[in-house]
Design a protein around this ligand. Structure first.
Ligand code: C6P
Length: 414
């Protein structure tokens, strides 16, 4: 399907919105305003069509059968790997491992690379703003290996304190695992600088790309990260599918994470040899339908163009930030220079949850709470925030609706 990407350099948001049937629905009698895109984006019809086509046309297991349906399904599945390779500019398709998403990808690295490479006394560096998915696997690993987890603090704007990071680095640092874009604040981290410094110290770097893949141009070769984790459901694709990019040499040196069918070359009771990359890390029947549909999500983004998407989302962010700043008692959490697509805020004497309920009554979907970043909330001494996160189909008019409803809600609650 061809999208009308630009009209005089402006996105044709109306044409884009037509591709998302859910945006036509009402919530509590009001038109839906969907601002929970950092949790998961809505899906275009083209992605949903692929799921129906697969199940109604060529549902089969892959990499096993020689019958026509199996060959069609396998070809479509592997086309998605090629699409991901291109999307993030990996050097080879073997470097793309399909997983359930960012959480599983990080766990894969923690269990496979981590248990092979982390020894007692080694150090792993993460930051205060990490999602729990990029905290807990490292905590468990450090406990098991008697290693040490070090934390880069953030300033009052929600930016990483880079000087402190440089001081944390040492010969003991074996891994730096950092979020590219904060889900709770939208702050974009200086990953190029982080990777450069970490490599100088001899550490491996994992980038949590859960929130960046949809907004920023991702070039893993230029970035020079060692691992990059992402979830398709955050870039207009289905839930339950995502991936891990890893440099080939690293992936080849790592033991399997999950084991069983599909990931073997030969099994006997004398021992087992493993499949080549990427299959060594893809045990069992994978999520075939959603993997195939992942390519349709990438096609959707490519047809519009990430630059066009970013320009539109930046306009939305600027509009929302300006409007929200005018509300008395409202404080934006994470007012960094380099931000994208997320505005998170608290209001004096009002609990974020109460605001979330009243906004939902007005048909507006935002996320409230700690956003799976409890240490960041502790840093700001708040129970949570209200988070509005934008996508390509959102409009300034929707932001105005949210701001009006927010003003009413605050009045009601105070
Ligand atoms: N953040 C949010 O509302 P999964 O669940 O595996 O697809 O992604 C986990 C994850 C990891 N890192 C970051 C930066 C994330 O934002 C997320 C998911 C959602 O912010 C759900 S908690």
């Amino acid at each position: 399907m061809i999208y009308s990407a630009t009209i005089q350099n402006k996105l044709d948001v109306f044409a884009i919105r037509k591709q998302f049937p859910v945006l036509n629905r009402e919530v509590k009698g009001k038109p839906l305003v969907y601002f929970d895109n950092a949790a998961t984006t809505q899906k275009p019809q083209s992605v949903m069509d692929v799921l129906v086509d697969y199940y109604s046309g060529y549902n089969a297991n892959i990499h096993r059968g020689i019958h026509t349906l199996a060959e069609e399904a396998t070809a479509a599945f592997e086309l998605s790997r090629d699409a991901v390779q291109k999307f993030i500019n990996a050097a080879s398709r073997e470097e793309i491992i399909f997983t359930k998403g960012t959480t599983e990808s990080i766990n894969l690295v923690a269990y496979s690379w981590g248990r092979q490479n982390i020894k007692a006394g080694d150090e792993i560096i993460i930051s205060t703003m990490e999602h729990h998915s990029n905290i807990v696997p490292w905590q468990i690993l450090c406990q098991e290996m008697d290693a040490v987890l070090k934390i880069i603090p953030v300033n009052d704007h929600g930016e990483l304190l880079m000087e402190e990071f440089e001081q944390l680095l040492s010969a003991k640092t074996k891994l730096v695992s950092i979020v590219h874009v904060s889900n709770a604040m939208g702050v974009v981290n200086p990953v190029d600088k982080i990777i450069e410094s970490a490599h100088k110290a001899g550490a491996v770097v994992l980038i949590d790309g859960a929130q960046s893949t949809v907004h920023l141009d991702i070039d893993v070769q230029e970035m020079d990260c060692d691992f990059f984790a992402f979830s398709a459901h955050k870039f207009y694709g289905p839930t339950g599918i995502g991936g891990l990019y890893g440099k080939k040499q690293l992936l080849e040196s790592m033991p399997p994470f999950l084991s069983g069918g599909e990931m073997i070359k030969e099994v006997s009771f004398d021992g087992t040899t493993y499949a080549d990359l990427p299959y060594k890390f893809e045990a069992g029947t994978p999520n075939i339908a959603d993997t195939i549909a992942l390519k349709a999500a990438i096609d959707f983004i490519n047809q519009i163009g990430k630059e066009n998407i970013r320009r539109h989302e930046n306009e939305l962010l600027a509009h929302a930030t300006a409007q929200l700043r005018e509300i008395e008692g409202l404080k934006i959490i994470g007012d960094a220079q380099n931000k994208i697509s997320v505005v998170s805020f608290v209001v004096d004497k009002v609990h974020p949850q109460d605001l979330g309920i009243l906004l939902d009554n007005a048909g507006i979907a935002v996320r409230t709470g700690h956003h799976c970043t409890q240490p960041l909330m502790q840093r700001f001494r708040i129970p949570g925030t209200v988070r509005a996160s934008f996508a390509v189909y959102n409009t300034k008019e929707e932001i105005d609706v949210m701001v009006t409803s927010l003003r009413k809600a605050i009045k009601m609650l105070l």
